[in-house]
Unconditional design. Sequence first.
Length: 434
Amino acid sequence: MNKNISSILTSLNRKVSPGNVNQSKDIYGALGEAGRNLLSMIKPKELSKRVIIENALYDQVFRYKCPDDLDQKNVMQVYQLDGNRNTDTFYNPVMQTTNRRYDQHRIGDRNLFTVEWDHGMKFIKMPSFGQNGTGISGANDGLTIHTMNSLTENGTWNVFGNVTNLATDNLTFVAGTGSLRFDINTSSTTGGIENFTLTPFDITDYLNVGKIFTWLNLPNLNQIQTIQFEMYSSAGNGYSITVNSPHDTDAFQLDQNLLGFYLDSSTMTTIGTPDPKTINHIKFTFTTNGTLLMNSVRMDNIVARKGKVFGIQYVSNHMFVDVNGLTKQDPTVPSDEILLEYEAYQIYLEEAGCVLGQEIFTDTGTNRKGQTFGKLGQMQEHLMQQYRLYKKRWKEEFIPEQQDMYRWGVNFGYNNRGQWNGSRFNHGDNGDSW
């Protein structure tokens, strides 16, 4: 029953009569505020969305781009695209938790997720869904190309172009025991690192279904333009992939950036006739602005991973849509439509009337408790009644955030392995803790 902003303004004029909505100093701001107020109280199912998380989830990769209109408290379910199956099982329910708890428990038989803000950007952190930590793509479904623990472990690393001062860093690293540290100067706009003498590795199983990941730690913003990754089986025969942003966001950030290079024909250039089973030469080339010296750039841990496609269903915080189908959090023009069905729309009408009434009315009169209770007070009381009635009529679907990982000694609130009484102890002959 979608109605547009023009129609609701006509209805609101009746609500605020003898005032007029044109008395508002910011009518669209008021309508947006009313929408946010409504969504803080109820979760209308008509705003439900199903969105694919990235192109795939990868084993040992835990952070992905997050839809802008996703609120942490409004996730309804996590599902695998194959048959749209919900990932809940009896022993591995999908649970939402805090960032701290997620980082403590993300690996193992605990299917957790959380929403994180980092440098003003929103991410969803997901696990490798699978039994007992085997990973979403199965056990041992990954290839380590180079640990980058030292300059001479598994071949020798060299620099070229405007990259200098290559060294091993055993203090700042993501995995293993170290990372590679180097500087990028302003003598030119291109340079990089490469290794000619790697032990040959096979990427056959990852072509068209996988992605190569590595970590890049940046000391400055707005200098890196693109990063090219090349792999060769022999001189003049290889593959080239170029990215202009990290795997999990649209722009490079200070400190750690997770780079992802798709191994498929849409993003990869084939050079000559490479043999994917005998890759022994890899190369990273950085194109920069060349205007600022970057000291202590670091790279760490090059791996190949397969992925499986997962999605999330959630209640969007965008309840308006323009004539082109673009959803938005606040309306901006009279033709914007309101994506609410009858009961939620009526509540929104009351909420908008209260927001505008606070600006327009000079409330007078008191209720039986001696409280100010003019027309605005009556509208607010009626609004609260409508919220209560809506919550009784409509069951809200969402995954609540779990603060505590243990309840009565039972992992995540489900029963202990091997017994059913909810105790943390195995009440067998010896009473040992499991």
